[in-house]
Design a protein around this ligand. Sequence first.
Ligand code: ZN
Length: 210
Amino acid sequence: MLPVGLGMTRETAHKVAAGRGAGFALPGGATIRIINTLGSQVVATWAFPQPLNGEYMSMEHTRIHAKNSRPQAGTVFYTNRHRPVLEMTVDSSPRVHDWYLAACNQQRYELLGHEGPHASCEDNLHDALAAFDHQLAIVPCPLNLFENVSFMFGAPMEIKSPVSMPGDDVYLRAHLDCVVVLSSCPQDILETNGPDRTPSDIEVEVTLPA
Ligand SMILES: [Zn+2]
């Protein structure tokens, strides 16, 4: 998938294939809409202000400002330098998202018993940023849209199937020029992406500022 940049049509539609990732260059004021086509897909989401220089959307820094236990419409996401980079302006889903869990990677799948290479959100992120000639020294914690992680004080943390419905969507508005990376999580061992453990395509719309 080609990055989206200035000079293109005002609104563009894209598809991120099941288990794959893509990067989108957004000018400040642009909005990216992430549509959970089948309703059961978790979407790992990152943002990196332009120019790419080590600054990244940080869940740890965001939680300081959000003063909330989970993201929701109105949440502003901050970078590791405490600058607002994205804002969730609309959320038609049941508002169940995660911002605590690390992205899946090769080692995670091996620990779950998988043998051999396995696609991962971490690899999808690296591949997407390679299209922008950028390499990450660390992988930030993603915003895991639609991921249903139960945290109950004194009880074990549990990853459950998403409660979102087909067509549920989230709008993220860019406060800064940035690259947003989306990964349709390839998790097919746990119920992260539903009881059938099958990743699915997601649809994306980018609207540039007038
Ligand atoms: Zn993943």
